[in-house]
Design a binder for this molecule. Structure first.
Ligand code: 5GP
Length: 203
């Protein structure tokens, strides 16, 4: 079926605890849905090995981040484990106005702010098959101390409290299945009446 292009892009928010495999799911999703724009956030945290400025994040110092907050340049921002993270308002607006879907990988406080400012955004939370599996995945990285892992698990418990505020819950048991669930969600969102009213205008 040939459907006329939608007038506005869909804002998609993805959250999930550290260790759930969110970045892998996002890579799989973006590989299959190359029309989705991934929003590169601003952060004050230090780049990790292999991360590049402008690709994984825009790395800035606290003074610059605070300037951006004061200037109203961020759609949302949050402090997470001692660092600032935020989403550029201008870039998001331009893409959505151009009818392009935009994906945000943000934590739960930021997601709540997006929900308040953009009620039509679709909020998706990714969980592992079980909490024990999350613990196994965090230990499997072999990079963090037991204390760090315990901290991440506690943070995950807190983040789970916010799950009822999300529209969809995706289980990352297998990456391809999790990406397929997200693609199905986005297709359903595209079919929402409010997103298709332009098809019946003027009749
Ligand atoms: P990491 O430091 O591991 O890359 O990210 C830590 C957390 O910050 C993740 O949960 C990630 O989703 C979140 N995050 C990344 N960018 C943003 C952002 O722009 N805003 C908010 N609120 N959270 C973000």
């Amino acid at each position: 079926m040939m459907v006329q292009k939608k007038t506005r892009g869909q804002l998609i928010v993805l959250s999930g605890p550290s260790g759930v495999g969110k970045s892998t799911v996002i890579s799989e999703l973006l590989g299959q849905r190359q029309d989705i724009y991934f929003s590169v956030s601003f952060t004050t945290r230090q780049p990790r090995m292999g991360e590049a400025d402008g690709v994984n994040y825009n790395f800035v110092d606290r003074a610059e981040f605070e300037r951006m907050i004061a200037a109203g340049e961020l759609l949302e921002h949050a402090e997470y484990v001692g660092n600032y993270y935020g989403t550029s308002l201008k870039v998001i607006q331009e893409k959505l106005d151009a009818g392009i879907d935009v994906l945000l990988d943000i934590e739960v406080q930021g997601a709540a702010k997006v929900r308040a400012k953009c009620p039509e955004a679709v909020l998706i939370f990714i969980i592992p098959p079980s909490f024990e599996e999350l613990s196994r995945r965090l230990r499997g990285r072999n990079t963090d101390s037991e204390e760090t892992i315990a901290g991440r698990l506690q943070k995950a418990r807190e983040e789970y409290q916010q799950i009822p505020n999300y529209d969809y819950l995706v289980v990352n048991d297998k990456v391809s299945a999790a990406a397929a669930e997200i693609i199905a969600i986005l297709l359903a969102e595209d079919c929402r009446t409010r997103n298709r009213l332009h098809l019946v205008e003027g009749i």
